[in-house]
Design a protein around this ligand. Structure first.
Ligand code: SAM
Ligand code: DTB
Ligand code: SF4
Length: 335
């Protein structure tokens, strides 16, 4: 039986977080202290902050589509799309507008409100940006919020995407600055910050988060959250990914993340960035319903929705619909 998705009334989500909302600057030590709180105290605190800023039980559904897959020249150690790693992911070309529109319409019909297009580029060329701008305009025309993640962007490229109707740009800091070189060596942390600045100055909302489970220490985890929370303003969307360990990547054999430590990261993201959409992102397929429920209790109020992330799997829409029903959570209606 197909489960039916319950929806909440429209809430205003697509807005820039006013700087006054930023409680920062956050020190790494202060975030470490939060991470070390007794689990129940931390989750209680996070849920309390959550309810001060969002309607209880409201969940954003964002659907991902890889519009240009594989063959990427970067060497991000977690990524199945890096050309350097033998992961079985075939390199493809940029998808055509009608194909993307079909996927976006299907996502909308299934209840998603945001559609995020990902491309395995280090940085798009100007002619790539022109083509992605057409995709953005077409998806926006369906009444969906648009998001893209295309690698490093120059300021004028960001402006062009904004003009086409891009609402959000996803560009993750992934980990703490001092651990970054252990994860990727083909670009620097500052490159990431520069792109985030280009996105901000073009007036596009920022989607920026990271990955847990790459062999980082608890201090690195606190350092990632400090970087995100101290962005001024902090990101409107904060995806917290649990590493999907893909055979062929250097991180294929990383130790699995302790589920309670993952929940702690969600809670600390919620407390330090109270008005952000905190997204329980990659890794849900490996997580189980009970851990996901704890993540929602800790303040996650967004998920990737649809049976695929970019190239790896995600719980199918029916399973998610059932989980939301079981927990009494309702999908947000609109932007
Ligand atoms: N190429 C662009 C870039 O790196 O910005 C956009 C696509 S990239 C796949 C987007 C994000 O996906 C990465 O920054 C990383 O946070 C996340 N990601 C990639 N592979 C992952 C994995 N195996 N597990 C969890 N998150 C992953
Ligand atoms: C984000 O933080 N997670 C998404 C999205 N932003 C682009 C990507 C997750 C990728 C997981 C592995 C894969 O399927 O490639
Ligand atoms: Fe390329 Fe992005 Fe994957 Fe890094 S994360 S290898 S930049 S697609």
């Amino acid at each position: 039986m197909t489960a039916t998705l319950e929806k909440t009334q429209p809430v205003t989500l697509h807005r820039t977080v006013p700087p006054a909302a930023a409680p920062g600057p956050w020190s790494v030590q202060a975030i470490q202290a939060l991470l070390e709180l007794p689990f129940m105290d931390l989750v209680y605190k996070a849920q309390t902050v959550h309810r001060e800023h969002f309607p209880a039980g409201d969940i954003e559904l964002a659907t991902l589509l890889s519009v240009k897959t594989g063959g990427c020249p970067e060497n991000c150690g977690y990524c199945p799309q890096a050309a350097e790693f033998d992961t079985g992911v075939e390199a493809g070309k940029l998808m055509a507008v009608d194909e993307v529109l079909r996927a976006a319409q299907a996502a909308k019909d299934a209840g998603a409100t945001r559609f995020c297009m990902g491309a395995a580029w280090r940085a798009p060329k100007d002619r790539d940006v022109e083509k992605v701008a057409e995709l953005v305009a077409a998806v926006k025309g369906l009444g969906l919020q648009t998001c893209a993640t295309l690698g490093m962007l120059e300021p004028q490229q960001a402006t062009q995407l904004k003009a086409a109707g891009l609402d959000y740009y996803n560009h993750n800091l992934d980990t703490a600055p001092e651990y970054y070189a252990d994860v990727v060596s083909t670009r620097t942390y500052q490159d990431r910050l520069d792109t985030l600045a280009s996105v901000r100055s073009a007036g596009i909302s920022v989607c920026c988060g990271g990955i847990v489970g790459m062999g980082e220490t608890p201090v690195h985890r606190a350092g990632l959250i400090a970087q995100l929370a101290n962005l001024d303003p902090y990101p409107e969307s904060v995806p917290i990914n649990s590493l999907v360990r893909v055979p062929g990547t250097p991180m294929a054999d990383a130790d699995p993340v302790d589920p309670f430590d993952f929940v702690r990261m969600i809670a600390v993201a919620r407390i330090t960035m109270p008005k952000a959409r905190v997204r329980l992102s990659a890794g849900r397929q490996q997580m189980g319903d009970a851990v996901q429920a704890l993540c929602f209790l800790a303040g996650a109020n967004s998920i990737f929705y649809g049976d695929k992330l970019l190239v790896t799997g995600n719980p199918d829409a029916d399973a998610d619909t059932r989980l939301l029903q079981t927990l009494g959570l309702k999908a947000s209606m609109a932007a």
